[in-house]
Design a protein around this ligand. Structure first.
Ligand SMILES: C[S@@+](CC[C@H](N)C(=O)[O-])C[C@H]1O[C@@H](n2cnc3c(N)ncnc32)[C@H](O)[C@@H]1O
Length: 119
């Protein structure tokens, strides 16, 4: 397990799921994370499929809630949001609708762009 003073104020280029395993419970004030959306965006190594998104969230949400006192995480698409609500009910949710955003992203999201931020 890391001592928090050994890892703060550094950029860690790592698989966050591996790195977090050694971070003590509630030792981080805030996790602000922008995980993949499961809409087939073209990332370098992560395969952004819907199936992988569910698997990723089952690992990532309990772990970020364990290490952090507060979590802020964007989500997108109603289907993903419903899944999060059913599996890991958030304490709060902010939702807004964006109109000035890339047409490519709106095409991928297959609906008017809406963004939720939760936990
Ligand atoms: C929605 S994008 C974030 C984009 C970023 N906020 C930006 O503005 O450029 C999600 C990113 O998470 C990365 N990722 C997926 N799984 C990861 C993991 N286990 N550890 C670290 N990064 C991961 C993906 O490769 C992708 O770059």
């Amino acid at each position: 397990m890391y001592k928090i003073e050994d890892i703060i104020n550094k950029v860690h280029c790592a698989d966050c799921l591996e790195l977090m395993k050694d971070i003590p419970d509630k030792s981080v004030d805030l996790v602000l994370t922008d995980p993949p959306y499961g809409v087939n965006l073209d990332y370098d190594i992560y395969q952004d499929t819907e199936e992988n998104w569910f698997k990723l969230m089952e690992k990532i949400i309990p772990e970020v809630k364990r290490v952090a006192k507060m979590v802020i995480m964007p989500s997108c698409q109603i289907k993903r949001l419903k899944w999060i609500y059913n599996h890991f009910p958030p304490d709060w949710l902010i939702c807004w609708i964006g109109i000035e955003i890339s047409p490519e992203y709106c095409k991928i999201a297959k609906e008017r762009l809406r963004q939720e931020v939760l936990f």
